[in-house]
Design a binder for this molecule. Structure first.
Ligand code: FES
Length: 193
């Protein structure tokens, strides 16, 4: 495997050619938070939680590290004040349309979103506005789907199509109205609608 060298947070690190910045950082022991990313399965750069600063021609630009290629000589900052500020805003925006019932949620203390919000020190959500109120889909004995907590990372869609190869989840609409409607799967009897 060909190797490249890049600089992450002032440290020279080695990465495999073809890796993205997120993987290169993690391989070097530098943690960058992520939500939508699943290696080789869901690399769509949608949640923007993994934002980092990348130096391009002397200018630092914000890039989603999970879809930004690690290249020879690249200079990356994963935890600068600007990165932390923007990352925090991205998470606050996700939480602004999220039914925040953490203490009664089955995933309390075992939740990636909660962990990231906690690590960023988010205690209040300053953004207010429309919040969806959708019925919880609990007729399936294997999966309970609460779309009021969906952050549209689309990992379910990717797992369904690329791992299970069932292809029943598919997002509809755009932006705030994006949703993953409950599938009516007739292929796999284990996953009734
Ligand atoms: S983890 Fe990179 S955009 Fe979601």
């Amino acid at each position: 495997m060909d190797k490249i060298k890049l600089n992450i947070d002032g440290k020279e690190v080695e990465a495999d050619k073809g890796m993205n910045v997120l993987e290169a950082a993690r391989q070097a022991g530098i943690e960058i938070p992520s939500l939508c990313y699943l290696r080789h399965i869901n690399e769509i750069g949608s949640c923007r939680v993994c934002l980092v600063e990348v130096e391009i021609k002397g200018t630092k630009t914000l890039q989603a590290s999970c879809v930004y290629p690690a290249t020879e000589g690249l200079v990356v900052y994963t935890s600068s004040p600007r990165v932390r500020r923007v990352r925090r805003t991205m998470v606050e925006l996700l939480l602004s349309d999220h039914h925040r019932e953490c203490t009664t949620c089955i995933r309390n203390l075992n939740c990636e979103l909660q962990n990231i919000a906690d690590n960023l020190g988010i205690r209040n959500i300053k953004f207010t506005g429309e919040m969806k109120s959708l019925p919880v889909q609990n007729k399936n004995s294997f999966i309970v789907r609460d779309y009021n907590k969906c952050i549209k990372c689309r990992r379910c869609e990717a797992i369904c199509s690329k791992v299970q190869e069932v292809n029943v989840y598919s997002a509809i609409n755009r932006a705030y109205d994006t949703s993953l409607p409950p599938p009516s799967c007739r292929i796999c009897p284990r996953w009734p609608a």
